[in-house]
Ligand binder design. Sequence first.
Ligand SMILES: Nc1ncnc2c1ncn2[C@@H]1O[C@H](COP(=O)(O)OP(=O)(O)OP(=O)(O)O)[C@@H](O)[C@H]1O
Length: 249
Amino acid sequence: MEPLLSVEHVTLRFKGVLALADVSFQVPAGAFYAIIGPNGAGKTSLLNVLSGLYRPQQGHVRFDGRDLDGHSPQARTRLGLGRTFQNLEIFRGMTALENVKLGADLRFGYPALLPRARREQAARAWAEEVMDYLHLAPYRNVPAGMLPYGLQKRVEVARALAGRPKLLLLDEPMAGLALEEKQDLARYLLDARREWGVTLVWVEHDLRAVMELSDGVLVLSYGEVLYEGEPAGARENPRVVEAYLGAEA
Ligand SMILES: Nc1ncnc2c1ncn2[C@@H]1O[C@H](COP(=O)(O)OP(=O)(O)OP(=O)(O)O)[C@@H](O)[C@H]1O
């Protein structure tokens, strides 16, 4: 069966900087797949290529049986490629529920098969369901900007999940969270995968979380693939160990 996501020989340059050098990997449907690597390795650039914000000079991205070349970020979202960002991208003045409903509108907004009032009703009911699922219901009417950081992050993830993406790209979802919040978020992501079948691709600096949760990992350094495969193998790979030790030195 064709993998849900297939990245084929992607090369991305910014003037003198080679951000991604002939990067290839595949993510099967249902995976929890991690992209790791030292600072400046090219992780965010890779997510930007996947979501269509950057256009690589070479290579292709295939998603759900389609070549994504030439598809705008909005078109990719509609095809089922969701995204959360490294810096929170929620609307602080809107309530938590209104934020999540924006995601739900994606699911029910097009194609406009239902009359507007029915769409509104369906999107709202679905937003409430997602909020319940992520234990956000008590905060539904609080302006998102007034919530503590960990809950804002959860609202952002809820909004992305409410769009019912086939694949969700998460850029450092655990950054800035306390240990307990990380464990909660991990549980919500695993639940969402089981319940809604969403495939997860995350960039993460917390290697312990990556090793515990992921079933596949891509290790980048200076834009190059150092390792691709099961997380346990990354730990023993001399190139990976050297890249991380080098980064820490
Ligand atoms: N828009 C841009 N213009 C110029 N150079 C860029 C741009 N985006 C990224 N780069 C460069 O590409 C390289 C990879 O950066 P990228 O942000 O993708 O790495 P990263 O692995 O996400 O790093 P971090 O872990 O610090 O977030 C870096 O050398 C960076 O300076």
